[in-house]
Design a binder for this molecule. Structure first.
Ligand code: TRP
Length: 380
């Protein structure tokens, strides 16, 4: 069986470092591993519209932002197919057929959707101050199953918040295959490999990076913007004096270091730990943590170090992004071509699905057979 990846993001904003450690970095590694036959990376504009129906302009603007973030981070159009969801109308058809295999009750149990409904003030209780639940939004897990199965994806690298979507997809695949015969491929989720990457908190220490909370560091932020954000980061509220023992757990600076720090950074950025009053030599993150816990290591030092560590990853991305910004026609051409390739792949699966469901009335051979059957019925 072919090894195929499908994954993607909603284009509702530029991508931040939470996206990067949560999935983007892994995608680039997988792409360059040469272990996959096909890789599809989707900009999920149709899904973004399920809760932004009144703001298609926002979605439209962010398609190009996400595409540039993708390519700047290392996704290579020569190796991965980058495409726009809405341009593959086959996905909508698949969604409509899959809807028959899912109950309203099942959708209501999806924890990610539940959380998003709360966040957006959607309610099924009909309270006056709350908006109702848009049907399209409610059904987006089904449309996500269409995205994944259309490309016969075997592996879906995503953050942990997407786990319920993968579970739903697998259920749909099993139900479809049991009802109509073996047709669809059951995908596997691939989660980030380190706990800090599972869900990077915001710079304010809140559980999630989100544009609306203003606590994101974007891949496209300048070095100056990154430093300002790092300076203002949430650390340990009990670490009032440098000499006080500090807490590492729940300390956002250390969570980011867990996600970004590489062994070579200690040598490369040793100057960060040379101070006017005290200096340290560290060879590993564990040593930094031990010193912080013991007291004497100030927040400013660890923030300077984090800033270097972050920029070590972000600077090459920033440079590539800048080049892409100077070549917008190329970026759109990548998306246009990618969408064509994606469309051809999804069309094959849709044909399989229609055949399995016996709704391929006008396929070669099928029509003749239908005519024969029905004619016999009425002439016999
Ligand atoms: N739900 C994903 C997000 O919010 C985007 C997405 C849409 C997706 N369809 C997908 C991810 C299929 C993986 C596979 O970012």
């Amino acid at each position: 069986m072919e090894k195929i990846i499908l994954t993607g993001d909603r284009p509702t904003g530029r991508l931040h470092i939470g996206h990067y450690v949560g999935s983007l970095r892994r995608r680039v590694e997988l792409q360059n591993s040469g272990q996959f036959d096909k890789i599809f990376i989707m900009i999920a504009d149709a899904q973004a519209l399920t809760d932004n129906a009144d703001n298609p302009e926002k979605v439209r603007q962010n398609i190009i932002e996400v595409a540039m973030d993708y390519m700047a981070a290392g996704l290579d159009p020569e190796k991965s197919t980058l495409f726009i969801q809405s341009q593959v109308s086959e996905l909508t058809e698949l969604t409509f057929f899959y809807m028959n295999l899912v109950t309203v009750q099942r959708l209501q149990r999806n924890p990610t959707v539940k959380q998003e409904m709360q966040l957006r003030g959607y309610s099924d209780e009909g309270a006056d101050n709350k908006a109702g639940i848009p049907v399209g939004f409610f059904c987006y897990p089904i449309s996500q199953a269409a995205d994944i199965t259309a490309f016969k994806a075997t592996v879906v690298p995503v953050g942990e918040d997407q786990e319920p979507m993968l579970e739903q997809t697998r259920e749909i695949v099993r139900k479809f295959n049991a009802t109509y015969g073996e047709t669809l491929v059951e995908p596997e989720i691939m989660l980030p490999d380190n706990a800090a990457c599972m869900r990077l908190p915001g710079t304010d220490g809140k559980a999630k990076m989100s544009k609306s909370l203003g606590n994101c560091i974007y891949l496209s932020d300048s070095a100056e913007e990154v430093w300002n954000k790092v300076k203002g980061m949430y650390t340990d509220p009990l670490h009032l004096q440098v000499s006080d023992p500090g807490h590492v757990e729940g300390n956002t600076v250390f969570t980011y270091l867990d996600a970004f720090c590489k062994p070579e950074h200690f040598e490369k950025f040793r100057d960060c730990f040379i101070g006017k009053k005290v200096s340290f030599t560290f060879n590993s993150l564990d040593e930094v943590k031990d010193q912080y816990r013991a007291g004497g290591l100030g927040d400013m030092m660890i923030k300077k170090f984090l800033n270097e560590v972050l920029n070590d990853t972000l600077e090459p991305i920033r440079q590539r992004r800048h080049e892409l910004e100077q070549n917008i026609p190329y970026v759109y051409e990548v998306l246009r071509k990618g969408s064509e390739v994606a469309r051809a792949a999804a069309a094959e699966t849709l044909a399989d699905v229609k055949r399995a469901m016996k709704i391929n009335y006008f396929d070669p051979g099928v029509l003749d057979q239908l005519i024969q059957e029905q004619s016999q019925k009425y002439q016999g």
